[in-house]
Design a protein around this ligand. Structure first.
Ligand code: NAG
Ligand code: NAG
Ligand code: NAG
Ligand code: NAG
Length: 191
């Protein structure tokens, strides 16, 4: 009897995890079902690595400043400058490297004394098994530091209820054009 119970429990767990793995259906019922399966789902760790290509001038601009304060251009840190970006996330640092997603959102100069950005971005993945899933990043980005850590505060699709850390490291920054390529490594906990 005990054995039968164990087998039954094991079978249920297998079925539940198969349903959970294949269960990326959308819609309110699908999301509700997904939440009711959480007690049986195992949290997993996913590492993501890509390059953020921020083009603010020249050809193919993908980030535009949209607002400033009346002292922004007198400020050594461009305090108050707000930009909206739809920057490609690429596999490599080269400008023609394959696109795996977009960084869509707002970054603002929010520090009076150093160049420190408030980042509020969605990483919208467009390739492979993460296609259609997103991660939301919120954090402090002192752009001249070697490594910057930002919080991953949530996600959607395969990244529902995600949390984690994004580490950014500038690969190159052109002082004339202000264009930059930044390497991002993400450690993400999700189900
Ligand atoms: C801009 O985009 C066009 C079309 O995708 C491409 O042919 C061109 O090489 C790009 N220019 C730069 C500077 O990346
Ligand atoms: C900037 O705006 C503030 C508040 O509206 C005002 O007090 C200040 O005089 C303005 N400064 C300049 C340089 O225009
Ligand atoms: C990503 O998903 C969209 C929408 O489902 C689809 O049109 C597109 O072809 C997919 N892209 C890749 C590279 O799989
Ligand atoms: C920065 O960009 C300018 C204009 O495109 C270019 O002439 C210059 O070589 C670049 N500097 C570096 C260090 O890549």
């Amino acid at each position: 009897m005990a054995k039968l119970c164990i087998i039954f429990v094991l079978c249920s767990l297998v079925i539940i995890s198969i349903v959970a793995a294949g269960g990326l259906k959308k819609g309110p019922e699908a999301v509700e079902k997904w939440f009711t399966n959480i007690p049986y789902a195992k949290e997993k760790l996913t590492k993501l690595h890509f390059y953020f290509h921020d083009t603010v001038s020249g050809n193919n601009i993908t980030s535009y400043s949209v607002a400033q304060s009346n002292m922004t251009f007198k400020s050594p840190t461009l305090f108050g400058l707000v930009s909206v970006a739809d920057d490609p996330l690429r596999e490599g640092p080269e400008p023609d490297s394959k696109i795996v997603g977009r960084a869509q959102g707002i970054y603002s100069s929010a520090s009076l004394e150093e160049l420190g950005l408030l980042m509020t971005l969605n990483f919208v993945f467009t390739d492979g098994k993460f296609n259609g899933s997103t991660l939301s990043v919120f954090g402090h980005n002192p752009v001249f530091d070697k490594y910057r850590e930002m919080s991953i505060v949530g996600g959607s699709g395969v990244f529902r209820l995600a949390r984690g850390i994004a580490t950014a490291q500038t690969v190159w920054y052109n002082l004339t054009t202000n264009n930059a390529v930044v390497e991002y490594t993400l450690m993400v906990l999700h189900y």
